[in-house]
Design a binder for this molecule. Structure first.
Ligand SMILES: [Zn+2]
Ligand SMILES: [Zn+2]
Length: 138
């Protein structure tokens, strides 16, 4: 909460209740929801908030680095309030996206640098498989 207040003040952005609601919702979940999921989840508390407003709030939050946008290869993006670089795993069956904890790919940036003229700052690592729930159903 303090984080968003500080960042928005620094960037001279307006801290609207909608932007706070979207950020708080993302902080409360590890489910990496899409904009539609966030919109539906907030509808009860913010009945006047449109999907377009959710998209705009997400765009701003991504721009100020409070939220990261994930592209797991679906038609839409997923969002994560954990902006520290971490790998994700996606179920090919039910499309849940989870964090993989305990393994980092920070070292790979240096390795990659040996193969290119770029200065490498970050990477996005996605794994694909079948989750334990879906494994039982198949
Ligand atoms: Zn699954
Ligand atoms: Zn994540």
């Amino acid at each position: 909460m303090d984080n968003i207040t500080k960042v928005f003040k620094e960037k001279k952005l307006k801290l609207t209740p909608q932007r706070i609601a979207v950020y708080k919702y993302l902080q409360s979940t590890k489910a990496h929801p899409s904009a539609e999921t966030i919109y539906k989840s907030l509808q009860a508390d913010y009945p006047t908030m449109s999907l377009a407003t959710v998209y705009k709030a997400l765009k701003t939050l991504v721009e100020v680095d409070l939220v990261q946008e994930l592209n797991v290869g679906e038609g839409n993006f997923r969002y994560d309030a954990n902006v520290v670089s971490h790998p994700h795993i996606c179920c090919l069956h039910c499309h849940i996206v989870e964090d993989i904890e305990g393994i980092t790919f920070e070292g790979i940036n240096k390795d990659v640098q040996n193969y290119t003229d770029f200065d490498v700052y970050s990477n996005q690592v996605y794994f694909y498989g079948v989750c334990s729930t879906c494994k039982e159903e198949i």
